[in-house]
Write a protein that binds this ligand. Structure first.
Ligand code: FES
Length: 217
């Protein structure tokens, strides 16, 4: 799908959010991915034109951050955290099982375009290790069997919910949310659960608190 005048208008809208227009580049690139499932050369040229910067400057950003892809992601992006905590608690096994099931490796998509598999970095969700993400929604405390079950349900077109509540949509829908976060879905799922609050509870019981800003400088 090409990027029509309505996408340019939306990029202009995003640009208005920031005092320095080039700060809009990251959500604009997500907008490109929401339409084309990748950051295309066409998309980078449009971003550059709207922001009055060079395509090379856009490419430097688009190729630095791993959330931007230069090949079509397809329907669902599957991330498996294999950083230290998740890896040790089963993330490596989850990744290996999914890689075998889907027949693809890191940063590759299945030939039918249904799944893109990626080893991802720590998602700041170590309390729920090992974690997997589906279109950047959390699937907590996965096992090889539960992860394969998620893939199979999605492949059959069944409704799948993140372990935190929200219904899994698809990659491009999530990319749209990253470009325009006020989609009314922020309240879906729990805000914090027992595991997330455990550290806070212990700190409160022991009278611990964070140092105030600037203290110790
Ligand atoms: S190591 Fe996986 S979420 Fe932190």
């Amino acid at each position: 799908m090409t990027l029509g005048p309505e996408i340019r208008a939306e990029m202009e809208q995003i640009k208005q959010r920031y005092p320095d227009p080039r700060s809009a580049l990251l959500p604009m690139l997500h907008l490109v991915q929401s339409v084309q499932s990748e950051v295309t050369t066409e998309g980078m040229a449009l971003c550059a034109d709207v922001l009055s910067i060079t395509p090379a400057e856009v490419a430097a950003v688009a190729t630095f951050y791993t959330m931007y892809k230069r090949r079509p992601v397809g329907k669902h992006h599957i991330g498996v955290c294999t950083n230290t905590l998740c890896g040790l608690l089963g993330g490596d096994a989850v990744y290996a099982a999914l890689s075998e099931r889907l027949g693809v490796g890191h940063d590759e998509s299945t030939p039918d375009g249904k799944f893109w598999l990626e080893r991802i970095e720590c998602q700041a969700a170590c309390t729920h290790a090992p974690v997997m993400t589906v279109d950047w929604e959390f699937m907590d405390q996965q096992t090889p069997a539960s992860a394969i079950d998620v893939i199979d349900q999605l492949a059959r077109g069944e409704e799948v919910r993140s372990t935190r509540g929200p219904v899994i949509r698809n990659f491009t829908a999530t990319e749209r949310t990253l470009a325009f976060p006020d989609d009314g879905l922020a309240g879906e799922g729990p805000v914090a659960d027992e595991l997330m609050l455990a550290g806070l509870r212990v700190a409160q019981e022991r009278g611990m608190s964070a140092p105030t800003a600037g203290q110790g400088n």
